[in-house]
Design a protein around this ligand. Structure first.
Ligand SMILES: Cc1cc2nc3c(=O)[nH]c(=O)nc-3n(C[C@H](O)[C@H](O)[C@H](O)COP(=O)(O)O)c2cc1C
Length: 187
């Protein structure tokens, strides 16, 4: 069996970005746990491919290929800074372009960074319903970082580091369980 594709999407905007640091740490842990192959999509780099498209039909070839990479993920690790108590508009716009059937049953690890702990429930109240709409299987453990948790691109909070490990372990358990439920190709 080929290695599972772990596609990471970061909507981090600052340079360097705390969101991208969190997404990268989470992706490394998940990829190791499922023996997968990882790819990182930084929305700040690909924004021009999607911003001019109001709908899927408006995407150019490169934008279409980008959205297809997301739709082909076995596991998604998504992250956004909190903007005005939610994910960024660009993050939402990207997922507005994803086919509504494409992520059904896929595992998704939800991550976010904010300016304080006050919006940490953004994972539960904004991210989880969005991926629930897609019928995706969001991991029980989401990851939220405040500024003091990530310094110079590294997670310095042992509590957050522990949550990264827990999320990776959940990804492994759930991925193995989902794979077992798929009938063999020649059945
Ligand atoms: C336009 C804007 C809106 C923001 N709104 C919030 C907010 O509602 N709640 C919050 O906790 N942080 C808010 N922040 C802070 C960012 O979420 C925080 O600095 C984040 O870690 C930045 O991520 P990045 O380094 O990946 O760009 C906001 C920042 C900007 C630029």
């Amino acid at each position: 069996m080929s290695q599972p594709k772990v596609i990471a999407v970061s909507a981090g905007a600052a340079v360097p970005s705390r969101t991208t640091a969190l997404v990268q740490a989470a992706t490394a842990a998940v990829t190791q746990a499922v023996d997968g192959q990882a790819e990182l999509i930084e929305l700040s780099e690909v924004a021009p491919l999607i911003l001019t498209a109001a709908s899927r039909a408006d995407l150019g070839a490169a934008g279409e290929a980008l959205v297809k990479r997301i739709e082909a993920a076995d596991i998604l690790v998504v992250g956004s800074p909190v903007y005005r108590a939610s994910y960024t508009g660009l993050f939402k716009h990207l997922f507005d372009l994803v086919d509504h059937r494409a992520l059904a049953g896929r595992l998704v690890l939800l991550t976010a960074t904010g300016g304080s702990l006050e919006h940490s429930l953004v994972i539960e109240h904004q991210f989880r319903p969005l991926f629930g709409f897609f019928g995706a299987v969001t991991l029980p453990t989401g990851l939220y970082a405040q500024p003091s948790d990530i310094v110079d691109g590294a997670i310095v909070s042992s509590a957050l580091q522990e949550r990264v490990g827990r999320a990776a372990s959940e990804a492994s358990t759930l991925f193995t369980g989902l794979a077992r439920r798929q009938p063999p190709a020649n059945a």
